[in-house]
Ligand binder design. Sequence first.
Ligand SMILES: [Zn+2]
Length: 62
Amino acid sequence: MGVAIGLPIADAAKKQLAMERRLFFKVCMNCGSKNPLVATRCRKCGRSDSLRLKNRQTGPKK
Ligand SMILES: [Zn+2]
């Protein structure tokens, strides 16, 4: 009686989103700074030609 069931599905979706945001970003090859995917230039050194997409696979953990 009175068992409180939360919303584990919604919670999992949030975690998934947070995880993807952490995994998908651009790395500056010049200074090594992480930049958001939407960045067109490095937020640290300002170079626009040094950003490389970094998308690690979410495979099984070792
Ligand atoms: Zn940079």
